[in-house]
Design a protein around this ligand. Structure first.
Ligand SMILES: [Zn+2]
Length: 411
């Protein structure tokens, strides 16, 4: 029986969102938390973007040394030979790629303005897949942008050409959030049956159905005989109305009525990390978690009305579908209400020693401590907010990697 896997695209779709962004250290922390959760792959960035190169290389080094294992780190590029070559020039050790090109008539004619037709699209994609293989790519996903407004016959042709030239997955992008659960089920199933490679579901929330569509699309892919790879972002942060939320998507797959009896996860997922990653992403993006967010919202386990409070106190199953401890909630959290010493770009050694001491980290003496302080200051320059404990611990444990993440050299 085919299975469901998750590919989180926070570090690609999330950070390309208007008004929002993450520092390179924050992106690294997201990769670390996704790995701890058991997520199959993080789409960790843009290997053709110069300011991303050292971050991507540093994260691949963390993968090599086992810190970021077993998660796969995949880059996103356009389906052109030029992008493939640039990606391998800037990030030579990259091994997993998703290559993207528009497939709908709307986009082919609306974006390329008559300079390209469908045959050109197929050729560009095939050339890019071959170039990626020639450069040593181990896995290649081929993205059909605006797939939901593309006729299925052309998607099948596109998918078959991709498969024939060595692609491993077809990403069905509902770029505009146009699908509904019924339509995406039909298309995903048709693609799985007729193309015969695993299907990625990339859903957006413009009509409020990103998670529902991901679930229905995954069912379609599996019913069609192929593995399903659901694309998510942490807290649903993504272009416009956002993407399928990571935690809500996992809850939908594992807790919704009858679904998990038939459709199972390929990798075990540790949902108890949900609270930590959602809180961190909220802090790092500077976007509060909505009070009614599934699983991690402030009201997700709050009860005020008499009937509900009475019912949940007698048996939580009366009014709760799953337990707050499943999501890693319920631990007391320390919130400083008095004096606070926090990290900052103008911080000094005494404050830094104090902060690290609070986490039971004894800094070395002299130059070594000064160097760690400098790294924390630089991290603050990028983040423009106090670093969290895990970021400080990361700098302490991996100063060379941190240095690489924090190095930006404009051309
Ligand atoms: Zn997207």
């Amino acid at each position: 029986m085919p299975k469901i896997y998750f590919i989180d695209v926070t570090n690609r779709d999330g950070v390309q969102t208007a008004h929002l962004g993450l520092s390179k250290l924050e992106k690294t922390m997201i990769n670390i938390y996704l790995n701890e959760m058991g997520i199959f792959q993080s789409e960790f960035g843009f290997p053709t973007t110069k300011h991303e190169s050292l971050y991507l290389q540093a994260n691949l080094e963390l993968a090599d040394t086992g810190v970021l294992q077993p998660i796969r780190l995949g880059g996103w590029i356009r389906a052109t030979v030029g992008d493939v070559e640039t990606a391998f020039r800037l990030v030579p050790s990259i091994r997993h790629l998703n290559i993207s090109i528009s497939t709908s008539n709307q986009m082919i004619y609306g974006k390329f303005l008559g300079k390209k037709n469908k045959e050109d699209i197929l050729q560009m994609m095939v050339d890019a897949v071959e170039a990626a293989q020639a450069n040593g790519a181990e896995s290649i996903g081929v993205n059909a942008e605006d797939a939901s407004r593309t006729d299925t016959d052309f998607l099948v042709k596109f998918g078959l050409a991709a498969k024939e030239h060595g692609a491993h997955r077809l990403r069905y992008c509902d770029t505009l959030g146009y699908d509904n659960p019924f339509s995406i089920y039909e298309t995903a199933r048709a693609l799985a049956e007729n193309v015969g490679i695993p299907i990625e579901l990339h859903c957006h929330g413009d009509l409020g159905m990103a998670v529902a569509n991901s679930l229905a699309g995954a069912k379609g892919a599996i019913d069609g005989g192929q593995d399903a790879y659901v694309n998510t972002t942490v807290n649903g942060i993504g272009e416009r109305a956002g993407n399928a939320d990571l935690v809500a998507s996992i809850l939908a797959v594992t807790k919704s009525r009858g679904f998990s009896e038939e459709y199972q996860l390929g990798d075990p997922i540790d949902l108890s990390k949900a609270w930590k990653i959602a809180k961190f992403a909220s802090y790092a993006f500077g976007v509060p978690i909505p009070i009614n967010q599934p699983g991690v919202g402030a009201n997700a386990f709050a009860h005020a009305s008499g009937i509900h409070a009475d019912g949940v106190l007698k048996d939580s199953n009366n009014y709760e579908l799953y337990d707050f401890t499943d999501l890693g909630r319920g631990e007391p959290e320390l919130v400083e209400t008095g004096r606070e010493i926090c990290s900052g770009e103008y911080g000094g050694i005494s404050g830094f020693r104090h902060i690290m001491g609070e986490m039971a980290i004894r800094l070395p003496e002299g130059k070594e401590a000064e160097e760690l302080l400098e790294l924390a200051r630089y991290a603050n320059v990028e983040a423009q907010r106090p670093l969290v404990e895990d970021e400080l611990i990361f700098i302490y444990k991996y100063p060379q990697i941190a240095r690489k993440l924090l190095t930006l050299v404009p051309p």
